[in-house]
Design a protein around this ligand. Structure first.
Ligand code: UFG
Length: 323
């Protein structure tokens, strides 16, 4: 298939492009390079375009496209609390423009990057797809709105879609020259590794008074290559199934912030000094996935199902980043 990877210069998108190319698909990347990296576009050509400038999108469809993978978004929970309009603008309005471009060019398949943030505060230990969706930050709300649009587009004109709700993406494909590189970096694992390497202003733990065993937030970390593999499987799913589907993607194991820091210390062999700071607005205490549906329906089995190899791959990238 010829797959248009929107946001393919970014973290998850670039790993998806790698996995698609290795599976024999033809990749074109669309990206505005606002947060993505030109150096991360290593599989397929880059078309610089912006979802908020609809007139720039047609160029990406010059060669017939079989399916779109849509990774373009602003994706920081904390930032979304302070800049909600930018989040709705980019994540909702941008997606509407992309869907219109797809319709103009008769493309009827989309894999969409959704998020655990659609659920809000969990009411069950493991979050499955039917868990109530009451996002507590504009980021999660913007992604939930798009999921609704995709369902309506399935009913309205037969768009096929799969929304993949990532829990916490982590790790890298350092040997392929891609990894996580945000500026500023806000995510826990890269920040812990920066602290291990003695870089940056030091690590802050955002709150230690949550209702968890050690007071810090618990998350379900899933390797970015496993996420990419789920995208590949979603392509096959859309071949077989009409309609709009949603799948949760996580390992089903929760790790607290302090446990992640301890694992990073052990695996890097370096001290990781940290201070305890205020809780970050918009953070639920615990987010752990039930990915049973993805395992059963997509045949998805995460290869990195333990924390150590996830952090090791992130550390390999941190020591020798290609960009
Ligand atoms: N944290 C710290 N210090 C840091 C960075 C993070 O204590 O320097 C904490 C956060 O408060 C949170 C946990 O570590 O409790 C994980 O934070 P990340 O920023 O790494 O990830 P998030 O859980 O905020 O967000 C990620 C994705 C979102 C997605 C969300 C779903 O970035 O897109 O997972 O849970 F919505």
């Amino acid at each position: 298939m010829h797959v248009l990877v929107c946001g393919g210069a970014g973290y998850v998108g670039s790993h998806a492009a790698l996995v698609l190319a290795h599976a024999g698909h033809d990749v074109t990347v669309l990206d505005n390079l606002s947060t993505g990296h030109r150096e991360a576009v290593r599989w397929g050509s880059l078309i610089e375009a912006d979802l908020l400038k609809p007139e720039t999108l047609d160029a990406a469809f010059a060669r017939p496209v079989d399916a779109v993978m849509h990774f373009c978004a602003r994706s920081l929970v904390g930032e979304s609390m302070h800049e909600p309009v930018a989040y709705y603008q980019n994540n909702v309005a941008g997606t509407l423009n992309l869907l219109e471009a797809m319709r103009r060019h008769d493309v009827d398949r989309m894999v969409f990057s959704s998020t655990a943030a659609v659920f809000g505060n969990p009411v069950t230990d493991m979050i499955d797809e039917d868990h109530p969706k009451q996002p507590i930050n504009p980021y999660g709300a913007s992604k939930l709105m798009v999921e609704q649009v995709l369902r309506d587009a399935a009913n309205g004109y037969g768009l096929r879609s799969v929304a993949l709700r990532y829990f916490n993406a982590a790790g890298a494909a350092a040997d392929e020259g891609i990894g996580e590189s945000h500026s500023p970096e806000t995510h826990l694992i890269p920040n812990a590794l920066k602290a291990a390497a003695g870089e940056g202003a030091g690590l802050t733990v955002f709150g230690n008074n949550y209702p968890t065993h050690d007071g810090t937030c618990i998350r379900d970390y899933v390797h970015v290559l496993d996420l990419a593999d789920a995208h590949l499987r979603a392509l096959g799913w859309m071949d077989r199934e009409r309609g709009a589907y949603q799948f949760n993607l996580g390992n089903g194991n929760g790790f607290s912030v302090l446990e992640v820091i301890e694992a990073a210390r052990r695996l890097s062999g370096r001290d990781i000094p940290y201070t305890i700071g205020a809780p970050r607005a918009g953070d639920p205490p615990v987010l752990v996935a039930s990915s049973r549906r993805a395992r059963e329906k997509l045949g998805w089995t995460p290869r990195f199902d333990r924390m150590d190899p996830i952090i090791e791959s992130a550390w390999a990238w941190h020591r020798a980043p290609a960009f």
